[in-house]
Design a protein around this ligand. Structure first.
Ligand SMILES: [Zn+2]
Length: 530
């Protein structure tokens, strides 16, 4: 378990050195924050993350006398192997368990609205004992009890202090889902400020936000602290890697954990006699040093056996990995992945034995968040594809393709679901250039190595139907003949593994540092692909 910094704040900002865990016998309040969780169990072969370890952390804090509240920054009902069977009810069961250990509050993320109709969401809300929070959106599922269950800003007491919590989620213009059973206000900062004022009017001692927004939006809302000093921190989701924006007298702290509770935050809040508030945030990596909770494991085992009842072949071995194929989210959303390469390679032969020229898939669709290593099980395929992914074959000129692919490298920072895993070409980018103009070189195989893609030549291209239809910000020209959406990628990859097995071959190859498919120029600007 690793912990980090602490911070004192109040009228005066003071930083002192002290222990990173609360002292025994302390009676303050501690929030435990997690976000973007898709598994009932842990990841990385049980060695990382998971609610079982979260429960252990919560119980340890409670044993120290802390009043613990669990916050969740959204994205949990979908997508996952289990969600395809139970529409997130397995997560609701896990959340209810945590809620019984310490009160739990969750904002809905965009993935809670993956289904087109309201029935599955309504069923999940009906079964929920934890609280669903939301200030900039309302449910319109047609079930009055469900719609009324979504809780706007509220307060709770800890000792003689009152804490206020508000909550915001992503609008469809911004990467959220557009659904008939949902109404979302896109003016996040406006809603936040109105809500904060209402909480202030109730005389709260401290205000916190639980959000599912982009990091830059959270940072903007955090600046409301300049006018509303009780705003202490915002915890959020949507990003899958840890985020941290430090606080000051004019800005609240912003924190996000890593997906699947691989990294969570605890935030200690202590009200001092001087009237100051002591805030202490700890970033906690949940690795194998944190024990599982025995009681939670009973629940995890229940869902595991239900899953095996549905898919008895889940643990069947279908092939062998040549090495540990990296498919952690941190990798597939940021850089070339050995498992991503294998998958993109299978895409090119989806329509013909003669491979298509080019293929790519957005890393965010690869959901296993793990290494595929040793025996490859059917489960590895099932977990890699949390969604169905049907493929399209189309034709683009080199110039068109380059323009399309720019979408994969847009925006600030790393860790984006739209980052492409590629086959049939290699690409070199410079993130110091403007979005839309970051590809320095895009090369295809030539007789004796590589050559720049030809602007006016036609290339056959395979992409998921989701991207073809404009998903994840890709704008693919549709004025050329294209195949209907066919060939489900999950089965294509299964077939690729089985074929390798039949031929006595192992699956996958290391990312070749001397000949990468993806090269990002660092400072110093060395030439591409060197
Ligand atoms: Zn999200």
């Amino acid at each position: 378990m690793k912990t980090n910094s602490l911070l004192l704040f109040g009228l005066v900002l003071i930083v002192v050195a002290c222990a990173t865990t609360p002292q025994p016998g302390s009676t303050g309040l501690t929030f435990v924050h997690l976000n973007d969780t898709y598994r009932v169990g842990a990841v990385e072969d049980g060695n990382a993350g998971g609610f079982s370890r979260v429960v252990t952390v919560v119980r340890e804090l409670q044993a120290q006398g802390r009043d613990v509240r669990i916050l969740h920054g959204g994205d949990f009902l979908y997508p996952s192997l289990e969600s395809q069977l139970w529409d997130g009810l397995q997560m609701v069961d896990a959340f209810n368990f945590m809620d019984a250990v310490a009160p739990m509050y969750a904002v809905a993320g965009n993935h809670e609205f993956d289904r087109r109709g309201p029935e599955q969401l309504a069923a999940a809300v009906r079964k929920s004992q934890f609280d669903w929070l939301g200030d900039n959106y309302v449910f319109k599922t047609g079930d009055a009890d469900v719609d009324a269950a979504l809780q706007p800003a509220f307060t709770f007491q800890t000792g003689d202090k009152t804490i206020g919590i508000f909550s915001l989620t992503l609008h469809s213009d911004d990467g959220g889902n557009d659904r008939s059973y949902l109404e979302i206000d896109t003016d996040y900062a406006g809603v936040a400020e109105r809500t904060i004022r209402a909480l202030e009017a109730k005389g709260v001692d401290l205000i916190i936000g639980v959000t599912h927004l982009h990091m830059w939006e959270d940072v903007e809302i955090a600046r409301l602290k300049a006018k509303h000093p009780k705003l202490a921190f915002i915890v959020g989701g949507h990003e899958h890697e840890p985020e941290f924006s430090p606080g000051s007298s004019s800005s609240a702290i912003v924190m996000k954990g890593a997906s699947n509770a691989r990294v969570i935050w605890t935030i200690d809040v202590d009200f001092l006699e001087s009237g100051e508030v002591l805030l202490r945030e700890n970033k906690i990596e949940l690795d194998e040093s944190v024990a599982f909770d025995e009681d939670y494991e009973v629940l995890a085992e229940k869902w595991r056996s239900r899953l095996l009842d549905k898919f008895p072949f889940l643990e069947a071995r279908i092939g062998t990995a040549a090495l540990a194929l990296d498919s952690r989210e941190e990798t597939v959303r940021n850089r070339e992945s050995s498992w991503g390469n294998f998958i993109a390679d299978q895409m090119r032969v989806a329509f013909d034995d003669e491979p298509a020229d080019l293929a790519f898939i957005h890393g965010g669709t690869l959901r296993i968040d793990d290494f595929v290593e040793g025996d490859i099980l059917f489960e590895d395929i099932g977990r890699t594809f949390g969604f169905s992914s049907y493929l399209r074959l189309t034709t683009l000129t080199g110039a068109e393709f380059r323009k399309v692919l720019e979408a994969g490298y847009r925006g600030a920072g790393d860790s984006k679901g739209y980052f492409p895993q590629v086959s049939g070409f290699r690409v070199c980018i410079d993130r110091s250039r403007n979005s839309g103009d970051r590809i320095v070189s895009l090369q295809v195989p030539a007789n004796d190595g590589w050559e720049e893609i030809a602007d006016d030549r036609d290339y056959s291209v395979v992409v998921p139907d989701f991207l073809y239809r404009g998903g994840d910000g890709y704008n693919i020209p549709k004025d050329r003949p294209a195949s209907p959406a066919g060939s489900e990628l999950k089965y294509l990859v299964l077939d690729g593994v089985l074929r390798a097995q039949a031929q006595g071959e192992m699956v996958g190859a290391p990312v070749d540092a001397a000949n990468p498919r993806f090269h990002q120029l660092r400072e110093g600007k060395q030439p591409c692909f060197q």
